[in-house]
Structures are given as structure tokens and as C-alpha cells.
Design a protein around this ligand. Structure first.
Ligand code: C2E
Ligand code: MG
Ligand code: MG
Length: 710
């Protein structure tokens, strides 16, 4: 017989007791008189009171020790419902018929406070009359502790100075940020929650960086390091970032927590420390430590590029004397002034360092020839020549002695190069101040010779110790002289005639080529005037023009004035330029060419074939003539390469409607080959060497012999 009500109520009290006995929560039941009728196993464990001591009693004396002064809630439900509000519970709430409370009790054995959550509910009979009550109790001490821990954690999170961000398991969505994060990043909480952690990325790290970071997190559950982040306002800042993986009890990743702190300040002081460690506080120049490391890097680069570098070890002359007599403050000011002046004489890519005292070092990177170091050394010495004015304004005279070592010749390591430069600096000082010396003696000698040559050249220019020789240019067809090329020689009182190859390069390096070139052109034009006046047939006068002369502003005007002064038609003057001058493609160059051309002066390309002319470019230039370089003429006719190049150049020139002259023709075979290939004119030892002006007159007379003198 099964009735609906039978399903919800237990068949008898024994079964009910059984069920309640197995509940995990502590539970007991009283009847309508408040007498305990069920006391389950869980409450026995919780209270330490055995069932036998309780069942049948209504006084609750048994429970006083456990409950303190309180009565169990259910007693109120059964007997004195009106008193409920007066009972002293931690927290009490009525929910329909039920009472719910939190109760704190003292554990009898450990003495610790435990927190219980209790619920009491009346039991009714079929007529709705209260027949008793049931109360269950649950120990929520740990739950409360967890809750407190969470609250604390939240408080810590909110107040910590580190920015904290939590993402979901994908690491893609931010699920929580703290206040510091908002302050640090500039993003509001709402903005952050709508984004991925990528909103912080500065773009300064590559993919590999993030890949390595995530790999570490996957492997160890943690990563920390320095990163560059970007704030909402675009500002990039350095941060220390720690990322941890959070797993649940089952071991599944649920979140990632990132903690980041702004380390701009730290970085700033690091930078200051780094300055202190690497720079000389007096002059703000790199100190020995930084110099050594830069030198090491420079050496590595030079090694890779098979380049050269120079170390200049500089020691001031007379500094000690100034320092001792005028005092240290003046000495310091003087050192700063010296550092300033030296710094102005070097290129940006070079390093000027102060080793301490009055010792400075310059590292010249990627130099091509030792002579470049000579130039800088001389320039540094010159920089010291002007008196200094510090302190009381009295002029102070210093000087500098410089030792130079070169990589790779004088050492392959930084310290060795420094030591060698130092050694020769002392020798330079001992030998007389204001001088420099190379570690390799031959270089010192070469530098000294060059220096001597330069001053001799200056003097020669002042005294006009130069002469011009002229080499005839003749027509292939009939060996008639059509022009002459002016070639300069240095008439040295002691050494005799010095050929141009020995002084033109130095003149070009030192800028002396400009006054020298002016002299040549003027002298040649005057000579031409004399020849004309003497009744020589009209010849073209070819004059070599160096790059620096060509770069002079007002060149065309100067030439025009000279032609007017010497009453020569512009058409008789031909200027020889090199391919490299023409290939520079500057606006000024083009204007210069046009202006000369407008004057009526002819332009030719000297040493054609040795540079890198582009044909297309050549076509656009106002050029009249190509001079095939003698190096191609030399092998003709046996060397097939030379023969082919010469033939091609001649054909090309004719195509471009340019005239061609072959230089350096020494044999009849060469002449005949070139003539057959279509070349108009030549110059060379076959007809005549360059000769003094008087000899030109002889050559031009009706029956000249086919040889000259030099
Ligand atoms: P360049 O302008 O190519 O002059 C031709 C050079 O070839 C001259 O040497 C001449 O003596 C030499 N030469 C002529 N015929 C022959 C030959 O058949 N065989 C050989 N082996 N050589 C021959 P030089 O006079 O010693 O001049 C050398 C260079 O010096 C000139 O080459 C030119 O570049 C430069 N130079 C000479 N005078 C001046 C000048 O006044 N100004 C400038 N800027 N450079 C000049
Ligand atoms: Mg020439
Ligand atoms: Mg030439």
C-alpha cells in the first residue's frame, strides 16, 4: 500500500533516526516537550557528548559546556517562539519557519574558537501541529578563514604598489586589475577588462622574446624579467614583470597573474651609476674603462672589415707646471678647456677619452692610410698652440706630445695598442715637445718626410720654383703638332727637377694644388701668348685641372679673365678633367662645366678608362675629347685586351661625336694600330717627351726630328 504522504515521511521513527544518523552535518531532534530524541554521530563528534548522555533529557545541561550560555535554537522553536529575538546568537535570521544562525563556540579540547552555522526547523504532524524540531550544525571555521584570507588578499592587492593583472586561462583576456595597475598603465579598470595584456606591449620586443617568455611559463609555471611597456599615453617605460600560472586543485590552468613594477627610477639611477663608472667626472669624457671597451669593439669591427684604426696617446706639455703654480682649480678648468678643443678636432665616430691627469687618448676608427692619423695628430697639436685663458685670464701656453699606434701593425689587442702608443708618446716628449711619433719607426720617418715635403712645397710656391714642360700632341694623319699639354715640374735648388707624381698628390691633400694650379694655368697662357707673338702656328693648350680647382667657385670667371689678360681665344684652351671629377654629379659641377663650355673652352677627359664612367652620363656632359690612358696603349698591339679596349673606346667616342687622343704612344706599331682604329691624335715619347718651351719652338719649325728631351 503506497500512499502519497508515505513517500515523504519516513515509515517510523527508527528509520528517521537512521537517516539522520548518517547525515554529514551534526544534527539532533527534540520532541514537543523539548526532550532530545535523536542525537546523531556527527554531533557526538562535534560536541564530544555521547548519545546516551542526552537522549530523553530536556534540560540541556548536557550541552551547556558546548553551547556556553546559549540554548540550542530549536528549544525556542518548540517552547518559546516569542523569545527567539532575545537569545544571544552571533547572527540570527528567520526564514519562514526556520531559524538560521552563526554561532561561535570554544572547542573544549583545543580551546580554539570554532564557528558554526546552524539551522533549526520545526517538525509538524499531519494536522500542522508542532511535534518537535530538528537542528543541524555545520562547522564553517575553515570557510570563514578562507573568506578572511580572500578579503585580506583583496585588500593587499588593492593597496600594493605593484600593478597586478589577472587573465583567464587563455592568457588573452584580462579578468582583474588592481588600482596600481590603473595608475601605472593609465588604462581604467573597464578599459583593461575589455582588453588583452597586449595593450601594454611597447613594440620593443620581438616575437622570439614573447615566445621564450611563454615557453618558460609553460615549463616552470613562472617567468620574470625586464620588459619595455607602453602606457596609455604612449610613453614607454621599463618594468619588472613576474608572471605566474594559477592552477586549480585538479591541476588545470585557470588563470595567469602578472605583477609589474615601474623601474624607470631604478634605471635612471643605474644610468647614473653607469656614468660614474664610465665617464671622467671632470671633463665628461669616457674614462679608461669605457675607452678600453670601445677600443675592443673597434678592433673587432676592424678585424671583420679588414680595416685599420689608430690610437693616439696624448700627453700635455707643461701642464704639471701650470697645475703646480696656479693651483688645482685652474688646472681643472684648463683640462676642461683642453678636452673641449681636442673634441672639436675629431670626427663624431672617433673616441676622445681622458685617462686621468693630463693624459688623453683618441681612437680613430676605420682610417685608410696611416697619413690620416698624421693629419689628426698635427691638428691636435695645432689645437694646443693657441694660448688658453682660464682662471685670472692670463694666457697659458700648453703643448701636446702624441704617440701613435696602429691596428693591426702595432698590436691586435686594446691594451697592447694603448701601451705601445704610450711608449712612443714618452719618446716624442723626450725628443722635444709638440711632436708626434709612430710606434712603427718607418711611419714616423714617412710622416716626417711628408711634413718636410709639405713645408718645402709651400716655400717653393712662394718662390715660384716651378717650371712647365710641354708635350706635343700630334695628328695621326701627318704628324703635325696640333697642340701641347702643359706639365708642371718642381725645380728644386738642391734636388733638381722633381716630377709631378712626387708632389701633386701631397699638393692635393694639403690644398696647395689650388694656388699651384692657378700658377700653372697663368704661366701656360702667358707662354702661349709668347709663342703666338713669335709666330708659331696656332696650337691648342691643354692644362690639367685637379678636383679641388674644379670645385673652386668662380672658376669660369677666373679663366675668362686670364684669357682676356693674355689675349687668347677661348677655343685654344683645353682643360683636362678626370673621370672621378665628372662622376661626382654635383649641381655645382654641372654649372661649372656649363659655364666653361659657354666660354668656348674645350673640355677633355684625361686618363680615360681608369675610372668608372657611365656611357649614358658621358653623353649628357659637354665634353669634347677623350684621352685614352697610356696603360691601355702600352700593350698594343700584342695584348689583345688592351687592343680591344682601345678599339672599343675609339668606336664609342666616335659614336658620341667626341675626338680621341691616345696617350703614351711609344712605338710605331702602337701608332699605326690606333690610327687604323680611327684615333685622331696622339701624344707620347714616339713623337716627343714633354720639353721646355724653347724646344717646342724647334719642334714646330718646318722639319723637326721625331724625338725630344726631358
Ligand atoms: P697626365 O696628365 O696623364 O700626363 C701625361 C703623363 O704621361 C706625363 O707625365 C707624361 O710625361 C707622361 N707621358 C707622355 N708620353 C708618354 C709615353 O710615351 N710613355 C710614358 N710612359 N709616359 C708618357 P708627367 O709629366 O710626369 O705627369 C704626370 C701626371 O701629373 C699627369 O698625368 C697629371 O695627372 C699630373 N700633372 C702634371 N702637371 C700637372 C698640373 O699642372 N696640374 C695638375 N693638376 N696635374 C698635373
Ligand atoms: Mg693630362
Ligand atoms: Mg693622362
Amino acid at each position: 500500500m503506497v500512499a502519497g504522504s508515505d513517500l515523504v515521511s519516513p515509515p517510523d521513527q527508527v528509520s528517521l533516526a537512521d537517516i539522520i544518523d548518517f547525515l554529514p552535518d551534526a544534527a539532533f531532534v527534540v520532541d514537543g516537550d523539548g526532550r532530545v530524541i535523536i542525537w546523531n554521530r556527527a554531533i557526538e563528534r562535534m560536541t564530544g557528548v555521547a548519545r546516551g548522555a542526552v537522549v530523553g533529557r530536556a534540560d540541556f545541561e548536557y550541552a551547556l559546556a558546548f553551547y556556553g550560555k546559549r540554548r540550542p535554537m530549536l528549544v525556542d522553536l518548540v517552547r518559546e517562539p516569542a523569545l527567539v529575538a532575545t537569545v544571544d546568537y552571533d547572527y540570527l535570521q528567520r526564514d519562514g519557519d526556520r531559524l538560521i544562525a552563526e554561532i561561535s563556540v570554544r572547542d573544549q579540547t583545543s580551546g580554539a574558537i570554532r564557528h558554526l552555522w546552524g539551522m533549526a526547523s520545526p517538525l509538524f504532524d499531519a494536522d500542522g501541529k508542532v511535534t518537535g524540531a530538528i537542528e543541524t550544525l555545520r562547522d564553517i571555521t575553515e570557510q570563514l578563514q578562507d573568506r578572511e584570507r580572500l578579503r585580506l588578499a583583496a585588500a593587499v592587492l588593492a593597496s600594493t604598489r605593484e600593478g597586478v593583472l589577472v587573465t583567464d586561462a587563455s592568457g588573452e583576456h584580462i579578468v582583474s586589475v588592481n588600482r596600481s595597475f590603473v595608475e601605472l598603465s593609465g588604462y581604467s579598470e573597464a578599459e583593461a577588462l575589455a582588453s588583452s595584456p597586449r595593450l601594454l606591449q611597447s613594440g620593443r620586443h620581438d616575437r622570439a622574446f614573447y615566445q621564450a617568455m611563454w615557453a618558460a611559463i609553460e615549463r616552470t609555471g613562472y617567468w620574470q624579467g625586464e620588459v619595455w611597456n607602453r602606457r596609455r599615453n604612449g610613453e614607454i617605460f621599463p618594468a619588472w614583470l613576474g608572471i605566474s600560472q594559477v592552477r586549480n586543485a585538479a591541476g588545470t590552468v585557470t588563470n595567469y597573474v602578472g605583477v609589474l613594477s615601474d623601474i624607470s627610477q631604478v634605471k635612471h639611477s643605474e644610468a647614473q651609476l653607469e656614468r660614474l663608472a664610465h665617464y671622467d667626472p671632470l671633463t665628461a669624457l669616457p674614462n679608461r674603462l669605457l675607452l678600453t671597451s670601445r677600443l675592443e669593439h673597434a678592433i673587432q669591427r676592424a678585424q671583420r672589415q679588414q680595416g685599420r684604426l689608430a690610437v693616439l696617446f696624448i700627453d700635455l706639455d707643461r701642464f704639471k707646471h701650470v697645475n703646480d703654480s696656479l693651483g688645482h682649480p685652474t688646472g681643472d678648468a684648463l683640462l676642461r678647456a683642453v678636452a673641449d678643443r681636442l673634441g672639436q678636432r675629431i670626427r663624431r665616430e672617433d673616441t676622445l677619452a681622458r685617462l686621468g691627469g693630463d693624459e688623453f687618448v683618441v681612437v680613430l676608427e676605420s682610417i685608410e692610410r696611416p697619413a690620416e692619423a698624421t693629419n689628426v695628430a698635427q691638428s691636435l697639436i695645432d689645437a694646443m698652440a693657441e694660448p688658453f685663458q682660464v682662471g685670472d685670464g692670463r694666457p697659458l701656453y700648453l703643448g701636446a706630445s702624441i704617440g701613435i699606434s696602429l691596428y693591426p701593425e702595432d698590436g691586435e689587442e686594446a691594451l697592447q695598442l694603448l701601451r705601445n702608443a704610450d711608449t712612443v708618446m714618452s719618446q716624442a716628449k723626450a725628443q722635444g715637445r709638440n711632436s708626434y711619433r709612430y710606434y712603427t719607426e718607418s711611419l714616423t720617418r714617412a710622416a716626417n718626410q711628408r711634413l718636410a715635403l709639405e713645408s718645402r712645397l709651400r716655400r717653393a710656391l712662394e718662390r715660384e720654383e716651378f717650371v712647365l714642360h710641354y708635350q706635343p700632341q700630334v695628328a695621326m694623319a701627318d704628324e703635325r703638332i696640333v697642340g701641347v699639354e702643359a706639365l708642371v715640374r718642381w725645380q728644386d735648388p738642391e734636388e733638381g727637377l722633381i716630377p709631378p707624381d712626387r708632389f701633386i698628390p701631397l699638393a692635393e691633400e694639403t690644398g696647395l694644388i689650388v694656388p699651384l694650379g692657378d700658377w700653372v694655368m697663368r704661366q701656360a697662357c702667358r707662354q702661349m701668348r709668347q709663342w703666338r707673338d713669335a709666330g708659331l702656328p696656332p696650337l691648342t693648350l691643354a692644362v690639367n685641372l685637379s678636383a679641388q680647382q674644379f670645385a673652386q667657385p668662380g672658376l669660369a670667371e677666373q679663366v675668362a679673365a686670364l684669357l682676356a689678360e693674355t689675349r687668347l681665344p677661348a677655343g685654344c684652351l683645353e682643360l683636362e678633367l678626370t673621370e672621378s671629377i665628372l662622376m661626382q654629379h654635383t649641381a655645382h659641377g654641372q654649372a661649372s662645366l656649363d659655364a666653361l663650355r659657354a666660354l668656348g673652352v674645350a673640355l677633355s677627359i684625361d686618363d680615360f678608362g681608369t675610372g668608372y664612367s657611365s656611357l649614358a652620363y658621358l653623353k649628357r656632359l659637354p665634353i669634347d675629347k677623350l684621352k685614352i690612358d697610356k696603360s691601355f696603349v702600352q700593350g698594343i698591339p700584342d695584348d689583345r685586351n688592351d687592343a680591344e679596349i682601345a678599339t672599343t673606346v675609339i668606336a664609342m667616342a666616335r659614336n658620341l661625336r667626341l675626338r680621341v687622343l691616345a696617350e703614351g704612344v711609344e712605338t710605331i706599331a702602337q701608332r699605326d694600330f690606333l690610327h687604323a682604329a680611327g684615333c685622331d691624335t696622339y701624344q707620347g715619347f714616339l713623337f716627343s717627351r714633354p720639353v721646355p718651351p724653347d724646344a717646342v719652338c724647334v719642334l714646330c719649325s718646318p722639319h723637326p726630328g721625331p724625338q725630344g728631351q726631358d
